[in-house]
Design a protein around this ligand. Structure first.
Ligand SMILES: C[S@@+](CC[C@H](N)C(=O)[O-])C[C@H]1O[C@@H](n2cnc3c(N)ncnc32)[C@H](O)[C@@H]1O
Length: 300
């Protein structure tokens, strides 16, 4: 299976769909959420779906439905593409962040620590920078920064230096080359978790995921109608923090701004105070759901 959609019912409920509304799924993937949205849309409804991965585009091409428009682009250009397709405002936007199971489970994509493959990790295979380039070119300081910030490694500085030292002897090209370079620094018995953190950091950097998410969130409030819904599902704490801050404070860092009368100046109202998480039963059937955090907000 390409991808088993996570928290499907909660996402649909969060969108509070109108049958004739215009909706955007910015992370089409295997189309699980999109197909369910199409099922709830009436004849006049519209769904615009983004994905930057050509494999997702191939999935979309198998759906014969005039109400679906697939946009083969990064969601960081949400507003520009909606304008291009003639939409100024929409009723709801869904984002199911990160990589799909298909991307993760396809060995040659290089996302997984489980398979030997070239260090690639591009969601958009037309992009020029791969994980191999980062491992080959970044300085020890830059590696320290991404491994610490995006991987939350406790020994990020040591790991950065270890990569630089290892590549002086032999190029690091594959998953196993990288694991071998860091093996000595992985906590005993927790190697899998450690490598997963290293790979997460590289993946976030390769795909510029944090900046893309901020661009997307900022534009989402521009293109949502009043009372339009924003539904975002994230899978690690860095993403969730950005989503939570943007919904709660209208900005990514710092405190909410106030007008002269002391009223909060923020474009969104949280519909769910706490993030929605998958129940134990869903996690048993779909382990990917374990770390999902779903937040729902309404345009003020
Ligand atoms: C978790 S999967 C989505 C799965 C989908 N909801 C389903 O039910 O099949 C995330 C998808 O979003 C895409 N993606 C991630 N970041 C993106 C971005 N910045 N722009 C466009 N697509 C992106 C990935 O290529 C991947 O296919």
């Amino acid at each position: 299976m390409y991808h088993n959609p996570v928290l499907l019912e909660a996402c649909l409920e969060g969108l509070a769909m109108r049958p004739d509304g215009v909706y955007v799924d910015v992370t089409f993937g295997g189309g699980g959420h999109s197909k369910a949205i199409l099922e709830r849309l009436g004849e006049k409804g519209q769904l615009l779906a983004f994905d930057q991965d050509p494999d997702a585009r191939a999935n979309a091409q198998t759906i014969d439905d005039k109400r679906l428009t697939f946009i083969d682009a990064n969601f960081r250009y949400l507003q520009k593409y909606l304008r291009l397709y003639g939409y100024k405002q929409v009723d709801g936007i869904l984002g199911d962040l990160g990589v799909s199971s298909h991307q993760f489970d396809t060995a040659e994509r290089g996302f997984s620590t489980r398979f030997e493959a070239n260090l690639d990790m591009r969601m958009n295979q037309r992009a020029s920078t791969t994980a191999r380039d980062i491992v080959a070119k970044y300085s020890a300081e830059e590696l320290h920064r991404i491994l610490g910030m995006y991987g939350e490694l406790h020994n990020a500085k040591t790991a950065g230096l270890a990569i630089v030292a290892a590549r002086a002897n032999r190029t690091i090209e594959t998953v196993n080359d990288l694991k071998n370079a860091l093996q000595r620094y992985a906590p005993r018995g927790k190697e899998n978790k450690y490598f997963a953190q290293v790979f997460q950091a590289l993946r976030i950097e390769v795909n510029d995921e944090m900046d893309a998410l901020q661009d997307f969130l900022t534009q989402s409030v521009e293109v949502l109608k009043p009372q339009g819904r924003l539904v975002v599902m994230s899978y690690h704490s860095l993403e969730d923090r950005l989503v939570k801050n943007y919904i709660g404070k209208g900005k990514f860092h710092g405190e909410v701004e106030k007008d002269l009368f002391g009223n909060d100046l923020k474009p969104l109202k949280a519909i769910t105070r706490k993030p929605i998480e998958a129940c134990a039963e869903e996690v048993i059937h779909n382990p990917r759901a374990r770390s999902a955090k779903l937040r729902v907000a309404e345009k003020v």
